[in-house]
Unconditional design. Structure first.
Length: 181
């Protein structure tokens, strides 16, 4: 395991892992909650996720033009990877997917560095059911993009992988929940 990955796991444990009784966005109950934004929006977390995310994209052979997913969880992950690619080209740009199309201006649901025909990877902070990633993939497809796969920071191991793979997409996660608990 690389030193960067070890440090990401330590940072997630320190900043993001909460123990108790929680209701997840999926409606499921859990004795632990990963508040990934406490790491993905942290200066060191951004640097680690950017480098590890970019490395993972290249290792699995994905060559996206851009990365992004459902706002808010995916935003810092996408921007971290985009920033890391500036120091280690080729460039990978960032975008975000709105929950609903914008009602003014251009009326876009997919915003940022995204153009129809773009090859993209959907990113996610915490993967549970996969619904958020699949919704982002649908919006990207409707906007004319081609989804190469899904990259998550943390996979809770609660069916998200199966849902994503069942939809014909590959998944790669930087960390699995058992590594944190």
């Amino acid at each position: 395991m690389s030193a960067r990955r070890q440090r990401l796991i330590a940072l997630l444990k320190e900043r993001s892992l909460l123990q108790g009784e929680f209701v997840l966005s999926s409606g499921r109950r859990s004795s632990c909650y990963v508040d990934c934004r406490r790491t993905t929006m942290h200066a060191e977390g951004l640097a680690l996720i950017g480098a590890l995310g970019l490395e993972a994209l290249r290792r699995v052979g994905w060559q996206p033009q851009a990365v992004g997913g459902m706002t808010l969880g995916a935003d810092p992950v996408a921007y971290a990877i985009a920033a890391a690619s500036h120091a280690d080209p080729p460039l990978v740009h960032g975008f975000t997917v709105r929950k609903d199309p914008k009602v003014h201006g251009a009326g876009r649901r997919v915003e940022g560095c995204f153009e129809p025909g773009a090859r993209v990877v959907v990113v996610e902070d915490v993967l549970t059911t996969g619904n958020s990633s699949l919704e982002a993939a649908r919006a990207i497809g409707e906007a004319g993009g081609s989804v190469l796969g899904v990259l998550a920071v943390v996979d809770r191991g609660e069916g998200g992988r199966e849902a994503i793979e069942g939809a014909g997409l590959a998944l790669h996660a930087l960390v699995a929940l058992p590594e944190l608990v």
